[in-house]
Design a binder for this molecule. Structure first.
Ligand code: PLP
Length: 158
């Protein structure tokens, strides 16, 4: 299980990583350690780093990496048919922007089980996690961290 929290400060102190791990662990069925947290300059840079690593491009900040990625829109039921040997991760944005949809626990579970079958990572952009006001309670993808590796993206900017 990896978690990535993005804050707009330079952080070299262990205390900051401990605080991040403790904060994120509140809503998880396990405890994160300071080593599970990484700090970047905003969620945008976290997305850049995560996607660049998956694209195996040496320069992490090289946006050219994005041009080698393919964006596909899919129904979750069809994702297994669409995935191939180049499929490295599923990216979810929950709560969604701009529509504000919030995935249910059952839907997130299905995403985790699908990713597990495909042996891929789930990258969960949860920058709006504290801004969910509808009928569905917001559930961290990290709740399924024992099912599948989860990279959680957050941001103080929201
Ligand atoms: C879903 C989502 N993720 C990430 C970002 C970027 O976050 P940051 O401002 O921390 O780079 C945005 C920006 O609005 C966003 O809407």
């Amino acid at each position: 299980m990896m978690s990535l929290l993005i804050i707009n400060v330079e952080a070299h102190s262990l205390a900051i990583f401990q605080a991040i791990a403790e904060y994120l662990s509140h809503d998880l069925p396990y405890k994160l350690s300071p080593d599970d947290a990484f700090v970047t300059s905003g969620c945008t840079q976290a997305i850049d780093v995560a996607l660049s690593m998956l694209a195996r491009v040496p320069n992490l900040l090289n946006f050219v990496a994005f041009r080698h990625l393919e964006v596909r829109h899919f129904d979750l039921d069809a994702v297994e048919a669409l995935a191939d040997h180049n499929t490295a991760a599923m990216v979810i944005v929950n709560p969604g922007n701009p529509c504000g949809n919030v995935y249910t626990y059952q839907h997130l579970k299905k995403i985790a089980e699908t990713a597990k079958r495909l042996k891929i990572l789930v990258i969960a952009d949860e920058v709006y996690g504290l801004l969910a006001f509808g009928a569905n309670p917001f559930v961290l993808m990290g709740v399924f961290g024992s099912v599948v590796p989860v990279l959680t993206l957050g941001s103080l900017s929201k």
